[in-house]
Design a protein around this ligand. Sequence first.
Ligand SMILES: Cc1cc2nc3c(=O)[nH]c(=O)nc-3n(C[C@H](O)[C@H](O)[C@H](O)COP(=O)(O)OP(=O)(O)OC[C@H]3O[C@@H](n4cnc5c(N)ncnc54)[C@H](O)[C@@H]3O)c2cc1C
Length: 253
Amino acid sequence: VTLPPRLRRISTSLATSRISGTNLLVSDAGYRGAVVRLAGEFKQFVYEICCVEAGAAVPLARLASDVGQRGLAGLDFAAGMPGTVGGALVMNAGAHDSVIGDLLTEALILDEKLKLHSFAAEDLGLSYRKSNITSGFVVCRVKLRLSQGEKEIQERKCGQYLRFRRERQPHQPNAGSIFKNPPHDSAGRLIEAAGLKGRRVGGAMISDLHANFIVHCGNASAADVRYLLEMAREEVARQFGVNLELEIRLLGY
Ligand SMILES: Cc1cc2nc3c(=O)[nH]c(=O)nc-3n(C[C@H](O)[C@H](O)[C@H](O)COP(=O)(O)OP(=O)(O)OC[C@H]3O[C@@H](n4cnc5c(N)ncnc54)[C@H](O)[C@@H]3O)c2cc1C
């Protein structure tokens, strides 16, 4: 399906945004379906005692920074993490041995019939970068449990995690980690050991900083990125017998 130019622009901007669509590879042909971008009250958050209730469109990094500045602990692992709170819950995003699902006390989710449900973390099938929230369901708000910390310590922790990202992750546009880490190993290490670091196809390149990222060098198509990720998957399987599982989601394929 070839999309009209306006919709193609939307899928391109989703694919290179740091706020939403950060874990997606959208086909060059676009996506035939509705893409909902939440705004307005979905971008607001309020604090209760040792808890924050956030709309699904709140940028995760902004929330993590605000929580840290208030001296509250729990969300520091998400400092600098792109994407929204809603996307983070669907992907059960995490870093530094913590995931958002561990903090969740309640999620308000709209079903396909526009009925709102309240779910606890154990209802959502949360595991490594996975939930059972399927397409058609919309995360509207989440409540996250926090604990009282010290402002100075929390700010320092957020700063350290932010520096970690800046030093270890590529700065060119990308869709985050392409593959999940297999048990007891890292996808980046395997792709690098397969000799693919820096491999370029069209305008896309397997990052020479961290091989589990494919970066957009200015004129990449989704097909370039897809080609490289399939190459990485095949080479790692051939050389090491490990089947890498995609972490990013493919849209429009
Ligand atoms: C540079 C970089 C670094 C990253 N580092 C990390 C990291 O350290 N750890 C990590 O876990 N992830 C990381 N990511 C991935 C990304 O940050 C997270 O997966 C993020 O939480 C996705 O949020 P999003 O709003 O962009 O979701 P999208 O990518 O837009 O969507 C992801 C999925 O969630 C669905 N979705 C999104 N919002 C909603 C909603 N409100 N209701 C229902 N479904 C919804 C979408 O349909 C899609 O299926 C990184 C990405 C980048 C680009």
